[in-house]
Design a protein around this ligand. Structure first.
Ligand code: COA
Length: 191
């Protein structure tokens, strides 16, 4: 049983909507997956990825029962701004890992990241009934670390020299948030 009920906090006009990604979004997703700067920030494999690779990625991840994969959209718009997901959903222990990116650099730094994190946490602690959500973030990703801290994530540890960076090896920081912490921060944020 969950320790406490998460509050339902849908903003009157949400800044972002998390909706399924389809093959119609393939060109945009492909461009992001082939962006080396973005690949570094999310510690992902660099391309090149073909149309077939990306179609396969969308199909596999979109149908993975242990994953909630969504595109990030502004309300009323068809073109996604990025990708947001809860991965490795473990229903026995009620935990999952959060991953996200705003693909276009122009979309960053406007508060959308915090809105996306809130939507992911609301889904994880709401319909998915999770008790804990964690994430990994590279030590040089200042914007992401600040975004997660501002969203209520706590620092829980680091894997030292875990990733090969352009100027040497980098630590991977581990952060997490519990259901009760999300409930508390959401209530504090209420007007
Ligand atoms: C990380 C990311 C999701 C953050 O989203 P965002 O919309 O850019 O961030 P926000 O505008 O919501 O800002 C959240 C906080 O970070 C701070 N911030 C944003 N950009 C920053 C920057 N470049 N340097 C320092 N702080 C920054 C904001 O001031 C804000 O803090 P505050 O609430 O205390 O004012 C987005 O920048 C992104 O997609 N980056 C590329 C991919 C990536 O790194 N994904 C995460 C991998 S773990």
């Amino acid at each position: 049983m969950p320790e406490s009920k998460p509050p339902a906090l849908p903003p009157a006009t949400p800044r972002v909507m998390l909706q399924p990604l389809t093959l119609a979004h393939l060109p945009r997703v492909k461009a992001w997956k082939n962006d080396p700067a973005l690949a570094h920030m999310i510690a992902a494999l660099t391309g090149p990825f073909s149309d077939a690779d990306v179609a396969d990625w969308l199909a596999r991840n979109g149908s993975d029962p242990c994953q909630w994969l969504r595109g990030i959209f502004r309300p009323g718009q068809d073109e996604p701004l990025g990708v947001a997901r809860l991965m490795f959903i473990d229903r026995v222990n009620a935990v999952a890992e959060l991953g996200m990116y705003l693909g276009a650099a122009q979309a960053r730094g406007q508060g959308l990241g915090r809105a996306v994190v809130h939507a992911l946490l609301a889904h994880g602690f709401g319909p998915l009934s999770l008790e804990r959500i964690h994430l990994r973030v590279l030590e040089d990703n200042v914007a992401a670390i600040r975004c997660y801290e501002a969203s209520g994530f706590r620092h829980e540890g680091r894997w030292r020299a875990h990733v090969r960076g352009p100027a040497g090896r980098l630590d991977m920081l581990l952060m997490g948030i519990l259901r009760r912490e999300f409930v508390a921060t959401s209530l504090e944020a209420r007007p």
